[in-house]
Structures are given as structure tokens and as C-alpha cells.
Design a protein around this ligand. Structure first.
Ligand code: PLP
Length: 407
């Protein structure tokens, strides 16, 4: 008797998340066979010996006995209060406890944001390149991702012209990832204001992913796009994964602000989705108040002599020295997104290119198309390893490219 194959649903047909896709699976297989691979593919700070602030760890342990039950679906009071205060520091007006939903990381909330809003055929403007979960979640929710260009020649700022040209009567929302993964860009207030003006004119929800808002170099400061208007509806996301090096705590939040009255139906949908999954991971929630209230952030690491700043400088310098490779220096986050000049490196398929680099040099990076970039000419490097390891990894990259040029 033949067995009927069990297939994945059609809902997943066009859903891609290449950061943990075939290239990572290949690396896992190579490791299982004994290879030692330098992994520059995932922004997971703990894997590179960045530690969670001690007070957060202590609070996690201390609160464990209180964390066995379900919590309010929106999250525990103390955590939401601290998030509310954080919105005040970021000058986002009028946020009450009721406007905050805590989730199992921003990842879960990105899904909520899309599922609660989109009907089949609705379009969402998403940056290109993007953090690919935004595109994947839009597609999974039945929407259509429409990518707007971020301009490498203008420090990877969003192209306002391109955004305007892509708005249709079906456009429902615009996603703003600032600071940006994968480019490390930090958008100017002028650009943010122009995006807000477009959202107002076309009645778009602004979905702001600000998870790197404290991972800022060179004394830069961050403006929350939601602080720029009261008459546009904003969903702002943030969490503990990056600013507090606590990816595994799975604690993120969404803040609803601005034109809330006009979005009451959508908010009802968000609350319904939060209720259906009962609550977010309770132990993680118990560390949010400490994280946001104390001297806990990433400030020391991003200061000019801090570990992250030094690693950024080194990685940027070494990558920029390679012939035919150029890179915009990141102002924020923990990634470099260099360009390989197609005249020097005529790459036809960047995934195959990354696989070949992995197999030959045992270094794992992610191909630019994995971030919905339109051409096969970019790669993303995480600069989380210590300086010696970065030197080794980028040295191997330079060697790989030299061999490529001499083919
Ligand atoms: N948003 C961006 C821009 C990210 O880079 C990441 C993780 O790398 C996430 C969201 C996911 O965050 P979380 O760990 O809170 O789910």
C-alpha cells in the first residue's frame, strides 16, 4: 500500500526565512561531521560570550517561583509599566498600560501585527533589504509584500521617491526597521518625518521595528518614528534580545500609539491574537522592569572603546580593504552588509556563493537575497565574534575572493 505524502500547506509556498535556511543546515551538517565553523550568520549575542546583565539574571531566578502561572495576555503589570515609562523617554505620547502587548520576542508580535490587519490582496510596504521575518509574516498572513528601496548611496536611507511610487489603493501599512538589520543604518529625522507624512496622506499603519534602538555607535541618538505624530497609527516594537543581550528570554513588546481611535477594530484583532496564545513566557517578562529601569543596557559595549564598537571598526576596516568590496559603515546594530562589485565578482547565485565559501573556508555568512535584496551582490556579516576571530574569518573571506578573482 502506497503511503500518501504529508505536505506542507500552500500558505507556506512563498514564505522564506533564509537566515536559518539551507546554508545554515549545511553548516550544521558540516559541524556534525567534525568541522569547526566560524559563524557570522545570526545576531545571537549570548553565543559570543556577551552576558545578560547580572541583575536581570538574578531577577529571573528570584521570580521563577512566581512565574509558573499564565499571566495577563498583554503581560504583567510591572513590565508594562516600565515599557510605558520607556515610551515616555522616547517621547511617544499618550501610551497607557492598555496600549502595550508583551510577546514571546518581537518575532511573535510581527506575526500578530500582520495577521490582525491583512486580508488577501492587501499590500504592505517593506524595506529592501529587510529583516526577512517581516516579508515572511506578511505573506503567511495572506498579504502581499511590496519592497521599497533603501539607498546604499544615501547611507541606506529609505528612498522616499520609491515608497511614493509603490503606494496603491491596496497598501495598508509601511514597515520601518530603524536601526536597520541588515544594513546598520540609522534614519535621519527628516526621512522619518517624510514617512510619517506619507502614512498620514494614505492612511497607512506605521509598523516600527526598533529592537536595536540602543545599539548605537559614535554618539548617535535614536528617534522613535511614533514620537513624530499623534494623528497616524503606530505599532512600535522593541524587546530584550539585542539591547539587553537576552535573545533566549523571548521577551518583546508592541506599543500602540497615535491615532488609536481610528484603529479600534485592528486593536481588537491584536488583543484577540494575544488572548488566543494565553500569554508570553512569564520568566522573561519578570526581567523587563529591571532591564528598562536600571543601568543595564548595552551602553558600555557601544562606547568608542567598548567591545562592540571595536569589533565594528575592525570588521568594517578589514572588509573595506578587500578589492572590489565596499561597505557603508554601520551607525547601529551588529551587522555589515558589504557590496561585492559585480564587475569583479559576477555572482549568479549568492546562495551557491555562500555555500562555496562555507565549504572552502568554514565561515558562515548570509546571502543578500536572504534579506529580500534584489541583486546577487551583497552578503551579511555579523560582527559579534572577538577581534581575533573576526580577523581570521575576514582573512579567509579575502583569500576566498582572491581565489575567485584569479579563476
Ligand atoms: N527584528 C529585527 C530587526 C531583528 O533583527 C530581530 C532578530 O534578529 C528580531 C526582530 C527578532 O527579535 P526577537 O528576538 O525579539 O524575536
Amino acid at each position: 500500500m502506497s503511503v500518501k505524502p504529508i505536505k506542507k500547506s500552500h500558505k507556506l509556498d512563498n514564505v522564506c526565512y533564509d537566515i536559518r535556511g539551507p546554508v545554515m543546515q549545511k553548516a550544521n551538517q558540516m559541524e556534525a561531521e567534525g568541522a569547526r565553523i566560524i559563524k557570522l550568520n545570526i545576531g545571537n549575542l549570548a553565543a559570543f560570550n556577551f552576558t545578560v546583565p547580572e541583575e536581570m539574571e538574578q531577577d529571573l531566578a528570584k521570580n521563577l517561583p512566581n512565574a509558573a502561572g499564565y499571566t495577563d495576555s498583554k503581560g504583567i503589570f510591572g513590565a508594562r509599566k516600565a515599557i510605558m515609562h520607556y515610551t515616555q523617554q522616547k517621547r511617544i505620547k499618550g501610551v497607557t498600560l492598555d496600549d502595550i502587548i508583551i510577546g514571546n520576542g518581537v518575532s511573535e508580535l510581527i506575526g500578530f501585527a500582520m495577521h490582525a490587519l491583512l486580508n488577501v490582496g492587501d499590500e504592505v510596504l517593506i524595506p529592501m533589504p529587510d529583516y526577512p521575518l517581516w516579508t515572511a509574516a506578511t505573506t503567511l498572513a495572506g498579504g502581499t509584500p511590496v519592497h521599497y528601496l533603501c539607498d546604499e548611496d544615501n547611507e541606506w536611507n529609505p528612498s522616499i521617491e520609491d515608497i511614493k511610487s509603490k503606494i496603491t489603493s491596496n497598501t495598508k501599512a509601511i514597515v520601518v526597521i530603524n536601526p536597520n538589520n541588515p544594513t546598520g543604518a540609522l534614519y535621519s529625522d527628516e526621512i522619518l518625518q517624510q514617512i510619517v507624512d506619507i502614512a498620514r496622506e494614505h492612511n497607512l499603519v506605521v509598523m516600527a521595528d526598533e529592537i536595536y534602538d540602543r545599539v548605537l555607535y559614535d554618539g548617535h541618538s535614536h528617534t522613535s518614528v511614533a514620537s513624530l505624530a499623534d494623528d497616524v497609527f503606530f505599532v512600535t516594537m522593541n524587546g530584550l534580545s539585542k539591547n539587553y543581550r537576552a535573545c533566549g528570554y523571548r521577551a518583546g513588546w508592541m506599543v500602540l500609539s497615535g491615532a488609536k481611535e481610528s484603529a479600534s477594530g485592528y486593536i481588537e484583532g491584536l488583543v484577540m491574537l494575544a488572548s488566543m496564545r494565553l500569554c508570553a513566557n512569564a520568566p522573561g517578562q519578570h526581567t523587563i522592569q529591571t532591564a528598562l529601569g536600571g543601568y543595564q543596557s548595552i551602553d558600555d559595549l557601544v562606547a568608542p572603546t567598548g567591545r562592540l564598537a571595536r569589533q565594528r571598526d575592525l570588521a568594517y576596516q578589514l572588509i573595506s580593504e578587500i578589492p572590489g568590496v565596499s561597505c557603508v559603515k554601520p551607525k547601529a546594530a551588529m551587522y555589515l552588509f558589504p557590496r561585492l562589485d559585480p564587475k569583479v565578482y559576477p555572482i549568479e547565485d549568492d546562495q551557491s556563493f555562500v555555500l562555496e565559501f562555507l565549504e572552502k573556508e568554514k565561515v558562515l555568512v548570509v546571502q543578500g537575497t536572504g534579506f529580500n535584496w534584489h541583486a546577487h551582490d551583497h552578503l551579511r556579516f555579523v560582527f559579534l565574534p572577538i577581534e581575533d576571530e573576526l580577523r581570521e574569518a575576514i582573512g579567509r573571506f579575502a583569500k576566498f575572493l582572491k581565489d575567485y578573482r584569479e579563476r
